[in-house]
Design a protein around this ligand. Structure first.
Ligand SMILES: [Zn+2]
Ligand SMILES: [Zn+2]
Length: 156
């Protein structure tokens, strides 16, 4: 979904993601079902835009111990300030990291890529080392058996 900054009315834009399916581009992100939520897009000046929203989704993550994929529900309330790339103090590659730190999104031309903004928000919800369950027993380091399902009997 794209929003043209020039076309945001003074009362803002409000929409339900149900009517605007979110297509995630990142291959590291697998969703189980649609991303749901609401967004408010408010223009603050010529180029500054404030986005506030809520989202929820079911992600398919891979467990850091047993490697099985499992359903991980995420829900977040967020806001992002958007401004034109030309107003950024830095350029190129560092953009994304810099933006994440300050909750800032830089857009090009007149177009806000809403999918990209939502994707970034979902990324922030993913734990560094996801576990399918708190006490996941993981894989036997010797035979590779999933110790949640069966004990391999041990090794001499
Ligand atoms: Zn696991
Ligand atoms: Zn074993």
């Amino acid at each position: 979904m794209k929003v043209n900054v020039q076309n945001i009315p003074s009362e803002g834009l409000h929409f339900d993601l149900a009517g605007h399916p979110v297509i995630l581009e990142s291959k590291s992100l697998v969703v189980n079902g649609p991303v749901e939520g609401m967004l408010s897009v408010q223009k603050l000046g010529n180029v500054d835009v404030h986005i506030r929203g809520s989202l929820s989704a079911h992600l398919l993550l891979s467990c850091g111990r047993c490697l099985n994929s499992f359903d991980y529900p995420v829900a977040s309330e967020f806001y992002v300030d958007c401004t034109h790339e030309e107003k950024s103090p830095i350029s190129g590659q560092e953009h994304r990291l810099y933006g994440e730190e300050l909750n800032l999104h830089f857009y090009q031309g007149d177009t806000l890529e809403i999918n990209e903004i939502i994707e970034n928000q979902i990324h922030l919800e993913i734990p560094m080392a996801p576990l399918c369950k708190e006490d996941c027993k993981g894989l036997c380091p010797i035979c590779g058996e999933d110790l949640n399902l069966a004990l391999c009997g041990g090794h001499e």
